[in-house]
Design a protein around this ligand. Structure first.
Ligand code: NAD
Length: 480
């Protein structure tokens, strides 16, 4: 297909095939056609990428933050100029509507710009000495070293932007391994840096068999930092691998966001808002609102407006204008959705709408609402990562909070109330890294994004996202 990029590994400033010739097809989830073949790196290419990143680090760490900012800004300018074409590639391989893809590309440019700006402001500090024999104690932030950046397929530009942007802004080099489902978008991101004049070796792109790539990279002495976004089991496993080499680690893992709707909220307005948040990117969002816990007095009206709005969503190829929700990215997610719905019904839940795969080709699953779902159902404790909403009623706020906090997840949570005092007290009791009060927009370039409990380790974006790529160093100047 002509508008889909040629896929290659990018190592030491040049594009390469895989020496062993291994590859896998990239599938368009809207029609199941083959878009291209992604080359899979073997150990030889992975080692070459780490060596290149070590050489790149030597150059990049001694490049001033201002010059780094200049080069990075050239890349984000190209990203904005190419947004239309890159959005098309993203929709082809990931499935989301074209307008969402374009917004993601532009937001990614903003994320990278913010981090590059902040990179110029990582000042450190001078600490006064206790003794006249020491005249300056300088605390500085030094780039941690070559980083392995591992990203999934649900936001193929935005999640890499947080990692690549922070690593490069801090002066680190990187070996970047995006998801093999969405290699085209990652390739276009790397191409903007290449075209912007980033020195060879600073940013390297590899694809491969995920477990093999991550274990090889993390075990390498050349890698000093690992950042992963994906599922909790994989995140825990990679954390263990990092611990062996005492490598810095950031993990952004799954969520199962509760939405508390208090008795004074407007059920119609919030139900409509909730449908657009829930089914964005077909629910394949780690911060997606999933467990709607609605005060009993609003339950019927909230449920009815939510279902009516969800039934009206236009489902289809993301390339078709006016489509609200595209396909799931991978066929395995369809089986997962079906199993979760069947399990919930067998436990006594009511299926209000959806619950089925839509006639193909393509991996389309109907927007689904389950009501009165008992705690025993699997979906009450397993992240669906797809277009399924659970809507349950509560009468006591303490019970609702216990349900909201009752899972090992703690990424996002949402709260709707008009009562300012309740907004403060209830949000303070919610165990989550991100709490949205009266809205769902908890992800901005300037603000930290990360989870508590098993949802993650550290933050991305904001100043915290940049700090994750620095070591702290004290240099103490004596008078001898
Ligand atoms: P998965 O766990 O198989 O894969 C998730 C991502 O991790 C993929 O990009 C995959 O390539 C990568 N991965 C898997 N094993 C790896 C390993 N050993 N080393 C390095 N990378 C590895 O799950 P999936 O079916 O692709 O996605 C479903 C689940 O993943 C969801 O239920 C959700 O919990 C989680 N997920 C979370 C996010 C997020 O933004 N936090 C994004 C995508 C997926």
């Amino acid at each position: 297909m002509s508008d889909y990029p040629q896929l290659a590994l990018y190592i030491d400033g040049a594009w390469h095939g895989s020496a062993g010739g291994a590859s896998r097809p990239v599938i368009n989830p809207a029609d199941e056609s083959v878009l291209g073949h992604v080359p899979l790196a073997g150990d030889q290419e992975l080692d070459f990428a780490v060596e290149a990143a070590q050489r790149g680090f030597a150059i990049w760490k001694s490049t001033s933050a201002c010059v780094r900012h200049e080069i990075i800004s050239r890349a984000t300018r190209l990203l904005r100029e190419r947004a239309e074409a890159i959005a098309h590639v993203m929709t082809l391989e990931q499935g989301k509507p074209l307008s969402e893809s374009k917004r993601e590309v532009l937001l990614s440019a903003d994320i990278i710009d913010f981090l590059a700006e902040e990179g110029k402001r990582s000042y450190g500090r001078v600490v006064p000495s206790r003794s006249n024999a020491v005249f300056a104690q300088v605390v500085s932030h030094v780039p941690v070293g070559p980083a392995a950046l591992l990203t999934p397929w649900n936001f193929p530009m935005n999640l890499p932007a947080r990692k690549v942007g922070a690593a490069l802004a801090a002066g680190c080099s990187a070996v970047f391994k995006p998801a093999e489902e969405t290699p085209g978008t990652a390739t276009e991101l790397v191409r903007t840096f290449h075209d912007a004049g980033l020195p060879p070796g600073v940013l390297n792109l590899v694809f491969g068999e995920p477990a093999r790539v991550s274990s090889r990279l993390i075990a390498s002495d050349g890698i000093r930092k690992v950042s992963f976004t994906g599922s909790i089991p994989v995140g825990k496993h990679l954390g263990e691998l990092c611990a062996r080499g005492v490598k810095r680690y950031t993990a952004e893992l799954g969520g199962h966001a509760p939405v508390l709707v208090l008795q004074d909220a407007d059920p119609t307005h919030i139900a409509r808002l909730s449908v657009s948040a829930k089914f964005r990117n077909a629910g394949q969002v780690c911060a997606s609102p999933t467990r709607f816990l609605v005060h009993a007095s609003l339950f019927e009206s909230f449920l009815s407006v939510f279902c009516e709005t969800a039934r009206k969503l236009r489902i289809g190829s993301g390339l078709v204008p006016g489509v609200d929700m595209g396909p799931l990215t991978h066929v395995r997610r369809i089986g997962e959705m079906q199993a979760l719905v069947e399990d919930a019904i067998s436990c006594g839940a009511t299926l209000m709408c959806g619950g089925v795969r839509l006639p193909g080709p393509g991996y389309f699953f109907a927007p689904t609402v389950l009501a009165n779902v008992p705690p025993s159902a699997r979906i009450m404790h397993q992240e669906p990562f797809g277009p399924i909403a659970v809507i349950n009623a509560w009468t006591e706020l303490d019970d609702a909070l216990a349900q909201a906090n009752g899972l090992p997840y703690g990424l996002a949570a949402y709260l709707f109330t008009r009562d300012v005092a309740l907004a403060h007290t209830v949000s303070a009791r919610i165990e989550a890294g991100l709490v949205g009060v009266n809205h769902f927009g908890v992800s901005q370039p300037e603000t930290p994004f990360g989870g508590v409990k098993e949802s993650g380790y550290g933050s991305e974006s904001g100043q915290e996202g940049l700090a994750a790529y620095f070591d702290t160093k004290l240099t103490s100047f004596g008078s001898a």
